[in-house]
Design a protein around this ligand. Structure first.
Ligand code: 5RP
Length: 231
């Protein structure tokens, strides 16, 4: 397993390992994307090497697919298994009601599809991800159809967002689904996530938002005091 390099990495790894221990024999599990989820994938691979038999894992991104395949985790998909026993993933922000902002890694659409297909969605994180109100620390990612970027940007601005097209290596970032991402900063934070989510979804050409509402059931936080699981 990769050695953690900072306390935050150590805490992410603790959360990933603890969540991998929640996976039981015969499960179909969804695997999230990002650095915390990578620790989960590594820990799951170790458990499989030690004898755990799962039916299969569904990755939420090409990056997670590649990592899981390289670690010999049996992979499956939603056509074969449209319902997941458990989905485990990181988050960028987690509020006290277990509402999330996700998508800094750019995989929010597939992540939300898997979260909504799961009987249980477990979030893994280090303490820095806990917030009292969403939208203060991370911009809200919104995945959009590229040809509609200019009218969508205008409409998002009218909702009060400062809108930035995500770039990587000086070119627009392209998601696994061949879309763009707008990172939307709401200067006052997001006091009513459901309303903001509905308003953004009403814009034609918006594919998905990084607001994960009423999806997470449990949070596993690794931190200096050890691992805490809520509720
Ligand atoms: C990717 C995500 C990640 O789960 C989120 O960005 C957290 O990443 P990390 O575990 O690297 O902090 O939503 O789209």
């Amino acid at each position: 397993m990769t050695s953690p390099r900072s306390p935050q990495d150590t805490w992410k790894q603790m959360a990933g390992v603890a969540a991998a221990n929640l996976i039981q024999e015969g499960m179909v599990v969804g695997l999230g994307t990002g650095s915390t989820a990578a620790y989960l994938v590594q820990a799951l691979s170790q458990r499989i090497q030690q004898g755990l038999q799962i039916v299969g894992a569904v990755p939420s991104s090409q990056a997670t697919y590649d990592l899981a395949a390289s670690l010999n985790i049996p992979l499956t998909d939603l056509d074969i298994h449209p319902e997941l026993d458990m989905y485990i993933d990181g988050a960028d922000e987690i509020d006290p009601q277990l509402r999330l902002i996700k998508g800094a890694g750019g995989a929010l659409l597939r992540e939300k599809i898997l979260a909504s297909a799961a009987r249980r969605f477990v979030v893994i994180a280090d303490p820095s991800k806990k917030v009292t109100q969403l939208g203060h620390r991370f911009p809200l990612p919104v995945e959009i159809v590229p040809l509609a970027k200019t009218p969508i940007k205008l409409k998002l601005s009218k909702l009060g967002a400062q809108v930035e097209l995500r770039h990587r290596d000086n070119i627009p970032f392209i998601t696994d689904n061949h879309n763009y991402i707008f990172d939307c900063t709401f200067p006052q934070g997001i006091s009513n996530p459901a309303e903001v989510d509905a308003q953004i979804h009403s814009i034609v050409g918006v594919v998905e938002t990084g607001l994960f509402l009423n999806l997470a059931q449990q949070v596993v936080i690794g931190g200096p005091e050890g691992v805490q699981i809520f509720p």
